[in-house]
Design a protein around this ligand. Structure first.
Ligand code: 3UK
Length: 534
């Protein structure tokens, strides 16, 4: 590795041993990185230096910042971190806030100071924040004043967190007051390209969260793979969407990718389907990032909004059912760009362009990445057979001090935990999370395939399919269904519809109706919660 700029060596000390790393592949000219690199220099300062400082960069509620204004703000905050709060390169700085330009400025300040950004989801409670603080040995935090309480409670249990400063605050010791006393100039720390820039915690379902460590060069690598090949945005684009900046889907889609092409982004504190549609219309947004369920919920409301400016819509976070793709196209006229990404790989690694869409398939490896399907012994499977998705590229899994590294990385491949098959055309087709495959009466049944069939019935708003224990069949296919307004529960009709749509043995033998389904803050269905006995 290159000589580190970190004075606090926590990150390098807690990387997995080299033999447990995935193989990293830099086989493209745009993926050649020199020994020194600070991601903020490339994504932010470069534009100002090139005379583009007056271009619009970020918008939030009632505010707009140009690139020069974001730079000045990030520089002042970096000075606060270093001169007021004693941050040294390598310190872990926790970030807590809804999506706002101020949160983005804090993120760049941390990167500029050579510290490590540990962004956290706004909905986390003290207990969950405490686990992150303990695991990453977080010493400093920048926290939206509106979300102060849970972090204060976490700090009481974790004295390792010494300094919390609140932003979007009018307090005399708040971040804005401190920043005003600092100069708007800051010389970015000359970090190594393989110095850790961020630790992203997985939106894990249970137990101990996993921290994934990503370097300065990783931040740039993801900007050079999926966006130019699959998204193809320009400096005129206006990005918008729902994922939190603490979720790397949101960090890339709403901050890094727009800034990597000199475009602008609208950051929304709340992005429910109604609010997101209204904001797209208001800001004449052109590129939208959100989850499949959000597109499904927005579709029936599209006609009430002026979405003429919108030209690209990206779906990720969970499998995109063909019915949702068709519905969104029918209502908006736009073909969704689906891509599978993971916190461990930082962003999307299999995807397609609007022009190469194949409904039901995720697509092909993004240039820069390689993918294959392996059996349980790590041998490649022929086309058409379901196995474990394996990926490698310029980014990959490095868990912070975690034995689970050995489960995610095998023989240099990242194993994402997804069951996939490669079809005759060479497209990757999602089946299920490997632990969500249902085995019933000797058949392998992928829950999402049954969900897709149910979703094509007009009465179904949302659904989830799991396997429940069954004496006779081992597991039984069970569906949880949320009905659209104005439809009555009709088990037999839904069963008949599934039998007529996919192989009849896959039909849900049990169906339960619910008002809503358990989801994470990132829009992922929590099937494990449905498996727990009521
Ligand atoms: C699932 C998908 C099918 C899949 C993410 C884009 O979701 C992201 O990261 P997470 O760590 O979860 C990773 C897992 O989510 N998944 C994501 N996208 C798709 N399954 N089709 C998809 N399009 O199980 C994967 O292993 O929360 C997504 C960018 C950055 C991200 N971190």
């Amino acid at each position: 590795m290159h000589p580190s700029a970190h004075l606090d060596s926590f990150a390098r000390d807690h990387l997995p041993p080299p033999e447990q790393w995935p193989e990293l592949v830099f086989d493209r000219p745009e993926l050649q990185f020199g020994p020194r690199l600070n991601a903020a220099t490339e994504l932010l300062d470069r534009w100002v230096e090139q005379g583009q400082g007056q271009r619009p960069c970020l918008q939030g509620a009632g505010m707009r910042w140009t690139y020069a204004e974001l730079q000045a703000e990030a520089n002042r905050i970096a000075n606060v971190l270093v001169h007021d709060l004693g941050v040294v390169p390598g310190h872990r700085v926790l970030l807590r806030g809804t999506n706002t330009p101020q949160l983005a400025a804090c993120w760049f300040a941390v990167i500029k100071a050579g510290a490590i950004a540990v962004a956290t989801m706004p909905l986390l409670r003290a207990g969950e924040l405490g686990k992150v603080i303990a695991k990453a040995e977080v010493t400093h935090a920048l926290c939206d004043a509106a979300l102060a309480d849970e972090l204060a409670a976490a700090q009481a249990q974790h004295p390792v967190l010494k300094h919390i400063v609140h932003f979007r605050s009018s307090a005399p010791d708040g971040l804005e007051a401190r920043a005003e006393r600092q100069p708007a100039m800051f010389t970015n720390v000359d970090t190594a390209s393989d110095d850790c820039a961020l630790i992203a915690f997985t939106s894990g379902t249970t137990g101990q969260p996993k921290g994934t460590m990503h370097f300065h060069r990783d931040v740039l690598a993801i900007c050079r793979c999926w966006p130019p090949h699959c998204l193809q945005a320009t400096a005129e684009d206006v990005f918008i969407g729902s994922p939190p900046l603490a979720f790397t889907f949101g960090l890339g889609g709403l901050l890094l990718f727009p800034m990597s092409v000199g475009a602008s982004a609208v950051l929304l504190e709340k992005a429910s389907p109604e609010l997101l549609l209204a904001a797209i219309a208001e800001h004449r947004a052109t590129v939208c990032f959100t989850a499949p369920t959000s597109y499904r919920a927005m579709a029936p409301l599209v006609a009430q909004h002026d979405l003429r400016a919108l030209r690209k819509c990206v779906s990720a976070g969970e499998a995109l059912p063909a019915a949702t793709r068709a519905l969104w196209k029918e209502k908006s006229g736009l073909e969704l760009i689906d891509g599978i990404g993971a916190t461990e790989l930082l962003h999307i690694f299999i995807s397609h362009t609007e022009a190469t869409v194949k409904p039901g398939a995720t697509g092909r490896p993004v240039p820069g990445y390689q993918a294959c399907i392996l059996d349980d012994d790590g041998r490649p499977l022929p086309r058409g057979q379901i196995g474990r998705l394996a990926v490698k590229g310029p980014t990959g899994c490095r868990y912070l001090a975690d034995d689970r590294q050995r489960q995610y990385v095998h023989d240099g491949w990242n194993l994402t935990g997804d069951a996939y098959l490669l079809d005759e055309d060479g497209d990757f087709v999602y089946q299920a999370r490997t632990d969500d495959m249902i085995i019933s009466g000797g058949y392998n049944i992928a829950g999402p395939e049954v969900e897709a069939a149910l979703l094509s019935h007009p009465a179904v708003a949302e659904c989830a399919v799991i396997g429940v224990p069954d004496e006779e069949r081992g597991q039984l296919v069970k569906a949880f269904v949320v009905l659209r307004e104005g439809h009555a529960p009709d088990v037999a009709a839904l069963q008949a519809h599934v039998k007529a749509t996919i192989a009849p043995y896959k039909y849900p033998r049990a169906i339960e109706f619910r008002d809503k389904l358990p989801r994470t803050e990132t829009g992922k269905l929590q099937r494990f919660k449905l498996r727990e006995p009521a």
